[in-house]
Ligand binder design. Structure first.
Ligand SMILES: NC(=O)c1ccc[n+]([C@@H]2O[C@H](COP(=O)([O-])OP(=O)(O)OC[C@H]3O[C@@H](n4cnc5c(N)ncnc54)[C@H](O)[C@@H]3O)[C@@H](O)[C@H]2O)c1
Length: 249
């Protein structure tokens, strides 16, 4: 059977675990070469080792502009360019508006917004060399209401920025055959939310989701494959919710 991402080179940030790791797994299964780019270097190498010869672990900090540029250039040189960037690395902020101190806010913006700026600025030249490309941003349903079940107003604000970035870049980069889309998941039971997800909280959240369960990493990864592939060739600038109907309630 034909693989949707055969011959494509993809860099996925924050891919050592959680949502990003599942996207890496499914991209490799669909024929892509995947750079597992994560702050947690041992975990990035461990996952790459598990995924086989088509995956490569890389220490990568989305906050470090010069480091991101150097890493993307070296990936481009080694692999003849870059086809797909998945901006998945993200931090959560939780609780009332005054629960997030100034330092935590700075770091939240540095990862959730500046990190995307750094990665996009570095990746687009490498995509131009390939004659086109594909950027997928991981937003959150919390962009819609300025905060959600866990993500607070500051988290929701950064994710709203991700959605705006997706719309504008989709428009600007379309003529260069670079598509830009975002995925907005509802709660996914990863390490990011693990400590907050008591049985009671889980039941309360699930009761508000028409399809009656939390999101799985697999739900997000399958949409990422669709958006990264030619199956979605005429879709750009869009943010698609993976939320079991939560935003429609
Ligand atoms: N889990 C959820 O409920 C949920 C819901 C909606 C959206 N999201 C979004 O999905 C994405 C992935 O979330 P997850 O639940 O898999 O998170 P996670 O915390 O399980 O994994 C995040 C990964 O990002 C890496 N990372 C953190 N800072 C980094 C940096 N500066 N540079 C590079 N890598 C860095 C971490 O080492 C980790 O491997 C995030 O953008 C998150 O905001 C998650």
């Amino acid at each position: 059977m034909e693989q949707a991402l055969q011959g494509k080179v993809a860099l996925i940030t924050g891919a050592a675990r959680g949502v990003g790791a599942e996207i890496a797994r499914q991209f490799v299964a669909q024929g892509a070469t995947v750079i597992v780019a994560d702050l947690d270097e041992p975990a990035a190498h461990a996952l790459a080792g598990e995924l086989g010869a088509s995956a490569h672990g890389l220490r990568f900090d989305v906050r470090d502009r010069a480091g991101v540029r150097a890493a993307v250039e070296s990936v481009g040189r080694a692999r003849g360019g870059l086809d797909i960037l998945v901006n998945n690395a993200g931090l959560l902020a939780n609780g009332a508006f005054d629960a997030t101190g100034g330092e935590a806010w700075d770091n939240l913006v540095a990862v959730n917004l500046t990190g995307l700026y750094n990665c996009v600025q570095a990746a687009v030249p490498a995509m131009r060399r390939r004659g086109g490309g594909n950027i997928i941003n991981i937003a959150s349903v919390s962009h819609e209401k300025g905060g959600g079940a866990f993500g607070n107003v500051w988290y929701g604000t950064t994710k709203a920025g991700v959605v705006a970035m997706t719309k504008g870049l989709g428009r600007e980069l379309g003529p260069e055959r670079i598509r830009v889309n975002a995925i907005a998941p509802a709660v996914v039971a990863t390490d990011m939310v693990h400590q907050l997800l008591t049985e009671e909280v889980r039941a309360r959240i699930v009761s508000r989701i028409p399809l009656g369960r939390l999101a799985e990493c697999d739900d997000v990864a399958r949409l990422a494959v669709f958006l990264a592939s030619d199956w979605s060739a005429f879709i750009t600038g869009e943010t698609i919710a993976v939320d079991g109907g939560f935003l429609r309630t």
